[in-house]
Structures are given as C-alpha cells and as structure tokens.
Design a protein around this ligand. Sequence first.
Ligand code: NAD
Length: 450
Amino acid sequence: MDVTVIGCGYVGLVTGTCLAAIGHTVRGVEKDPAKLKTLQDGHCPIFEPGLQELMQENYASGQLQFTGDVKSAVKDAEVVFLCVGTPPKADGTVDMSFLEGAGKEVCDALAANNNEYMVTIIVKSTVPPGTNRRLYNFLREQTKAHVQVVSNPEFLKEGTAVDDCLRPDRIVIGGESPEAFRMMRRLYDPLVKREENFMTMNWESAELTKYAANSMLAARISFMNEMTILCEHYGADIEDIRKGIGSDNRIGPAFLKAGCGYGGSCFPKDVAAMEHISKAAGHESLFVHAVQTVNKNQKKRFVDKIECKLGRPLAGATIAVWGLAFKADTDDIRESSALDVIKYLLERGAHVKAHDYKGMENMKQVFKDSVEWCGDPVTAAAGADAVALVTDWPQYTTLPFRKISATMNTPIIFDGRNCLHRDVMRESGFQYYPMGRPAVENKLRLKTRA
Ligand SMILES: NC(=O)c1ccc[n+]([C@@H]2O[C@H](COP(=O)([O-])OP(=O)(O)OC[C@H]3O[C@@H](n4cnc5c(N)ncnc54)[C@H](O)[C@@H]3O)[C@@H](O)[C@H]2O)c1
C-alpha cells in the first residue's frame, strides 16, 4: 500500500521503516530540516537497536523515502499516519499544537487532491479522548476528499521498538467506519498473528486504552518503588517480593522492577495527562495523582539516601552519575530520572561527573558546563566520593570493579536500578546501596584528598 508518515521521530521512523520492511511503499515527512537532511543522507537520527540497518536497507531499495513536502507526500497516499509529538505543557495538559498543525497541513494537501479513492488518516500520536472525532469532523468540513480517521495508539517501547513494531502484542484500532477498519486490517496483515490481537473499537476507547496502559504500567512501578521504603525499614528484599508476587498469574512479572523512578517521553506525560483528562470529566483522580507523587519522591529519596549514607553534606562531594538515558538501549533523555537526580545533586552543591553510552550528547544540551562529562564510567568514578547508577545499561554490570574501587575517594555505589551483583560489590570492596534490598557495608577505605 501507499503509506505516508508525518513526523519521523521515535514512533514515526520506526513505524515507517517497519511498514516498508513488510512491503509497503512509505514516504516519511519530517519538518525539522536537520533531521530531514540526516534521513535523506541515509543516516538514522536516533539510536534504536536494529533501526539504522533496517532503515538503510529500505531507503537504498527505494521502499522508504523522506521529504519535507506534505503535499507531494500525501498525493498518492492510501493511508496517512500522524506521528507527531504530543508533549506536556507546563501545567501537565497535552500540547496539541503539533498534531493540529499536521492535521491542517494534511487537510490542505487533501484539498488539492482530486483523487476519488478513500484516504485513511491514522492518528498514532497519543491524544486525549475526543481528538480523533474532532479531527474527523474538521476534515469533513474542510475538504471534499473521501477521508476516514482512525485512532491507532502505539505501544512500542524504546530500546526494543523495531521488534515491538514487527511483533506487536496487539493492534488497537479506534473508529466508526467498517471500510477504514478493513483498510487497517489489510495494512497490518503481515503483522497480525492471531485475529483476536487485531482489535477494533470506537475512537474514545482506543484513545483511552493508550492512557490506561501507560498509567497501569507506571502504577506498578510506583507501587514497587513505594515498597522499597518498607523493605529498607523492615530488612526485606524487594527482589524476593517481586518474584513472590510476579509468579501469581493474576499479577504477572512485568513492570515490577523497583528503582529510582520511571522516566521517558511517555509515562510521565501520559500519567499527567490522565489526571487532566479526569479533571475535564469532572473527576479528581487520586490514583494517578499518587502514582506521580511516588515517582517524584523516589528520585529525591535516592539523592537523600546518597547524602545520608555518605554521612556528610553533598556540598563539595564528587558524585559520579552512571547513566543518563531514561532506560538502557536508547539515547532518549526525555523526563529521565537522571535529569532530576543531577539537578538535586547540583542544587546541594555536589560536583557531578557523568557518563552514558548513548545519551550524553542530549544531556549536554541540558546541563552544559555545570557537569563534568566523562567518556567512560571508570574515568567518571575516579576520585569520586560515590557512584550513583541511574540507567541499567548492561555494560555497567561487567566493569572492572576492583580497579574502580581503588581509584575512588570512597568506594560507595548507590544502585538506582538494582542491576549490580552484591557479591561482586562486596568482593570489590564497595559499600553498596541498592533500592529496597539489603546493603553491603564493607569497611570504607578513605583516601586523603590531594
Ligand atoms: N517515543 C515512544 O516511545 C512512544 C511510544 C508510544 C507512543 N508515543 C507517542 O507517539 C507520538 C510521537 O512520539 P515520538 O517519541 O515519536 O516524538 P518525537 O518528538 O520523537 O517525533 C515527532 C517528530 O515529528 C516531527 N514533526 C512535528 N510536526 C510535524 C509536521 N507538521 N510535519 C512533519 N513532521 C513533524 C518532529 O520534528 C519530530 O521529528 C507522541 O504522541 C507520543 O506520546 C511515543
């Protein structure tokens, strides 16, 4: 099929590339000139495992093209995906300006279009309930083109986005038109492994499914994070509790890992949006409010713990921060826990040495010269009073810890992701403080500062 994708960010580029890989002809439209040039030069502007190779393969074969011109891109399209950002405004409500802008551009392009056939506009962006219905009414008023609108919320996870897109758990389609549903079923045919995983519903149900999914997942994390407080107080181990409850079929094991808070471009903004969506319905959602408060507090609690266990004010202390991306296998730092952790450390007067495998360039734009940027984790830890591990890059688990502990001022690690091995920490001479797990308290080897 002839597919146009408006917005070539994390979702649009992955979607467009995967649709090209299963045989559709895809034109990606990107309005950011720097990003567009990178794409047209055949490079991938984001880090996402497997994406660059798949993108380049399909770009080279002509199956995937990139342009800045909406009009020409929409001309022959049977389906047009809207994959633009819907970031949070300062008050937590959804900024709809990108979606409205893209919707208007598509509408203008369709007006100049004399084609008889139906064009299906697919809203992949996460949008509050009512948006798709409004877009449909707007397009029907503004253009004579035969147009349908469907909501198709995206559930991919950064870090495994290509696989998630090619092997989706389910495909959710919201709309009113059986004709558009059939079009969507045809579009996704190679990806539909079981018929029950292709779900059709009305617009509002599809829109709310996305917010409900992210709020539920964030709630599980916040619940486990709150449990770490009890674990640390009573001497329990959150990992044992995770196994103990995750093996219950009614609960399941996913998204029960405790840590120093969730981040990313989706959970924080979607949970915040859910609170406003509830307010707009005249209902105050105590539940999602609590999920957010626990998450916010967990990041601060992590820094409080560093200060408390160091046994001295953070002013003048050097803290190495390992991990800046909001999770491993991505360069995305949007709403990353590292943003808050570094902010709190700097506010309290600490000197921060930071490292990440992919997210450093993005984080440099935020903290500039107020942080010392290190090319590797060993250099970051050298001379530090403590390491704060914030992102669970697997590479951090296999570092030369004995060597690292010898170069630190005080060999202390705060493991905000519970990903290091306590025996290795003990044997390497570290004081080790995970989240909600028993600590390793070796005798400290203090060094005099030069
Ligand atoms: N990132 C994720 O993991 C994820 C997962 C599921 C759903 N979502 C949702 O998908 C949507 C997109 O998220 P994202 O992370 O891909 O955002 P993004 O910011 O990475 O990408 C959006 C892209 O759209 C471009 N753009 C904006 N207006 C445009 C226009 N009029 N024409 C052409 N290009 C335009 C921007 O320049 C940008 O490159 C959001 O609603 C988000 O909530 C994201």
